[in-house]
Design a protein around this ligand. Sequence first.
Ligand code: SF4
Length: 233
Amino acid sequence: MTARPRSDTLRDLLPRVYRRLYDSYGPQGWWPGESRFEIIVGAILTQSTAWVNVEKALASLRAAECWSFYAIASLPQDELALVIRSSGYYNAKARKLQAFAHHVIENYGGDLDRMFDSDAGRLRTELLSIHGIGEETADDILVYAAEMPSFVMDTYTRRIVDRLGIVPSGRNPGYGAYQALFQDNLPADAPLFNEFHALLDHHAKYTCTKRAPLCGGCCLADLCPTAEQGVRN
Ligand code: SF4
């Protein structure tokens, strides 16, 4: 695979990738959720789980009238786990949901407006201090619930970055190095980060799949060294 330098080239490449994806797939309308509460709960429940299972757990929470941070915090943890069991790892996720709920209630009286009255860096640090909130979940909450510019870097996005031959800095690049590719080379624009991440996920699910990507019909093929060289599984 040909390595692309991380420089002005990326400042040119990333907007082209975005435009190609947007023109191919259109607006994605992320995140699927009607409120910030629902987005946050979904972001926690989707860890290591397909979205279809998250939807079932969200429906169960609604049916159980457990649809606020106060309701989540007041339910016994084993009962909450049973309500969300379709999401997998339900005992751990019940603990995470309650940790988040207690944090919002104890520090902000349950008011997300007060919690989000911060800058992205400070809020990200705070989110990462809450039990069960890792970098991807924190960035989901930042961009989709708080509408702040923090690029979400999931395995789908990393796969496309790797196949496009974009090389993060560092010997063993982690989440932050991949995220910096986008944040250092795009304007800090929450709606752009929202849409770009959603488009990358769509592309990874339906075209740039893990095995046998559909390079022949890919809108990025002429930008992608992997299209010529093929994917080694
Ligand atoms: S050309 Fe193939 S490998 Fe490259 S982004 Fe498109 S589907 Fe993925």
